[in-house]
Design a protein around this ligand. Structure first.
Ligand code: AMP
Length: 219
C-alpha cells in the first residue's frame, strides 16, 4: 500500500559532522536513505523502510521541528538540547556519536579574569550564563554564530564557550581550554504526541538503534 505524507514517520537529522556519524549507525539499525544525502540538494529522503523519511536540517532547527510535530523523531547534539531546552520532547537514547566537550577557553597568555565584567563570546548564551553564574561571575555575553575563536584574538571577548573535539582549532588560534562544562554526544529525541500515537513503530526503531549502539560499545 502506498503511504501518504500524513502517515509517514519523519526523522529529522542534523547535517554536517553529526550526519556523517548518524548514517552508518542508522544503517546498522536497518534504515538507509534510498539515495546519497551528501551528494543531493534535496531535503527530504525516502528510506529503505516503507513509510519512513529523513529530513536534513541545521542542528538548531531539529528540536523545533520535533517539538512542533513536523518531524516525529530527531537526532541532535546534547549541546543544543542544553541550550534550547527539551520542552515537548522526550530524549530517548544517547546515540554515543559525535562526541565532544563543551568548554570555556581563553588566549594562551591570558590570566583568568575574576572581574564581573568578563566578556564571553559564544553561540551557547544560556549555557554560558549558567556556567559563569555557578562560578559567581555575571559575564557580558556576546552572541556569535560561528568562528568563536576569533573573538579573543580580535579583542571582542576575553573568553569563549564552544565545542572542543581534538582541541586543534583552539591550539591553531593560540587558545587554551579552561573549564569543562559538559560531555556532549548526539541524542535521539521524540515528539511527545508521536510517542503516544505511533508508539509501536517508534518503539521498534528505538529498539533497533539501541541494539546498534550496544553492539558498537561491545566491540
Ligand atoms: P577540534 O578542532 O577537533 O577541537 O574541533 C572544534 C571545532 O569543530 C569546533 O569549532 C566545533 O564547532 C566543531 N565540532 C567538533 N566536534 C563537534 C561535534 N560533535 N558537533 C558539532 N561541532 C563539532
Amino acid at each position: 500500500m502506498q503511504s501518504t505524507q500524513s502517515d509517514t514517520l519523519t526523522i529529522a537529522l542534523t547535517k554536517g559532522r553529526i550526519l556523517r556519524e548518524t548514517l552508518p549507525l542508522f544503517a546498522e539499525a536497518g534504515l538507509e536513505p534510498l539515495e546519497s544525502i551528501e551528494r543531493s540538494r534535496k531535503l527530504i529522503f525516502p528510506t529503505s523502510v516503507d513509510g519512513v523519511s529523513f529530513v536534513v536540517l541545521r542542528g538548531s532547527d531539529v528540536p523545533t521541528y520535533v517539538r512542533h510535530g513536523a518531524a516525529d523523531i530527531g537526532v541532535v547534539g546534547k549541546d543544543l538540547l542544553m541550550e534550547f531546552g527539551d520542552e515537548g520532547l522526550y530524549e530517548v537514547l544517547d546515540l554515543e556519536i559525535a562526541r565532544c566537550r563543551l568548554m570555556t577557553a581563553g588566549l594562551n597568555f591570558s590570566t583568568r579574569g575574576h572581574a564581573a565584567k568578563i566578556r564571553v563570546a559564544t553561540k551557547f548564551v544560556n549555557i554560558a550564563r549558567a556556567h559563569y553564574a555557578s562560578r559567581g561571575i555575571q559575564p557580558n555575553i556576546i552572541k556569535l554564530y560561528g568562528a568563536m575563536e576569533l573573538a579573543p584574538i580580535m579583542n571582542l571577548a576575553d573568553e569563549i564557550v564552544d565545542i572542543v573535539d581534538t582541541g586543534n582549532t583552539l591550539k591553531a588560534n593560540g587558545m587554551k581550554p579552561l573549564d569543562h562544562i559538559a560531555d556532549i554526544s548526539s541524542r535521539l529525541i521524540v515528539n511527545r504526541a508521536s510517542m503516544r500515537t505511533r508508539n509501536s513503530v517508534i518503539s521498534a526503531l528505538v529498539e533497533r538503534l539501541t541494539t546498534a549502539v550496544d553492539s558498537r560499545r561491545a566491540v
